[in-house]
Design a protein around this ligand. Sequence first.
Ligand code: NAD
Ligand code: UFG
Length: 338
Amino acid sequence: MKVLVTGGSGYIGSHTVLTLLEAGHEVSVLDNLVNSSAESLRRVEELTGKSVTFHQVDLLDEAALNELFASEPVDAVIHFAGLKAVGESTQQPLRYYHNNVTGTINLLRAMDAHGVRTIVFSSSATVYGGQNPYPYIEKMEIGSDNPYGRTKEHIEDILSDLGAADARWRIALLRYFNPVGAHPSGRIGEDPLGIPNNLVPFIAQVAVGRREKLMVFGADYDTPDGTALRDYIHVMDLADGHVAALDYVASHLGVFRWNLGSGIGSSVLDVLHSFERAVGHELPYEITARRPGDLPAFWADPSAALADLGWSTTKTLDQMCEDHWRWQKNNPQGYQDA
Ligand code: NAD
Ligand code: UFG
């Protein structure tokens, strides 16, 4: 298939582009580079020996989107492009709704106008919100606690309505849990701008000497070691999940939802200790107050993805940390080192 990957130079996008190329697909990427560097795609080309067509286009630019679809016919779209920082979304809700929701509507209109009606969309476990018991199951009523999550929820609704209105659409809504790790080569990985919000990129920057110590946000949760539990998933497993979902919708019309997670809850201290094993020594940390808005624990029930897609995670937390560490150690300043 010829696949257009929006947000394809970003963290999950670049790993998925690599996996798509290795699976024999042709790939072009659309990204405005607001949170990524085209260097990631140069390295994907180097790792795979295959080329990727890159279009620096903003999803908010409808004319450019239409031109792209007119000039380069594709069979399907994998849609990663979006803003993703939960805290920032509470400060800049209009920017988040405009970029994520309007950007997706523009994309869907351009796809429809050019007869491309197959899409795999990056949703998030955050759509389940705090009201649901875990493990989370796809059939649960969703309701996110923050503007970022609500952009995902609205996009899921828009895609569901579209699939209900026009039976020609093939739509996969993938709810990711906590993606970490990097390609085992250490050539591509997660390269956050500024101070990382997420746990593993923060630990990695402590390990490489860019940050003094990890702040553990709360050790008084009702969990085995008092720190919060999450479902970490290796980014290469996540990339495989996209290829499996794309293959599935290629032969099934309709709208489908799948959790992509391991089904295992790991604590903040489990992750820290796993990263310490990768680095080979202890890392400094301090227990501080809970981060507002954080949930004590959640993880996926990944059985639907196994049943429908034959997909499940294959990599352990130690492998995630080893691969993340190799990327960070070899690229202390991320792609800026290039
Ligand atoms: P990322 O920021 O590395 O990638 C997103 C890409 O989208 C970036 O390259 C950015 O430049 C691009 N982009 C943003 N707005 C755009 C626009 N208007 N036009 C064109 N390009 C635009 O993030 P990621 O971690 O790779 O996440 C990919 C997707 O997965 C996002 O939609 C995110 O919300 C979702 N997701 C991520 C996580 C996570 O923890 N990383 C968890 C669940 C879901
Ligand atoms: N944590 C710390 N210190 C840090 C960073 C995080 O203790 O410096 C803790 C958090 O309190 C939380 C756990 O580590 O308990 C994981 O935090 P992350 O920020 O890495 O991940 P979240 O589960 O909060 O959220 C992530 C993404 C969301 C996404 C969600 C589910 O940021 O966008 O996973 O997919 F919706």
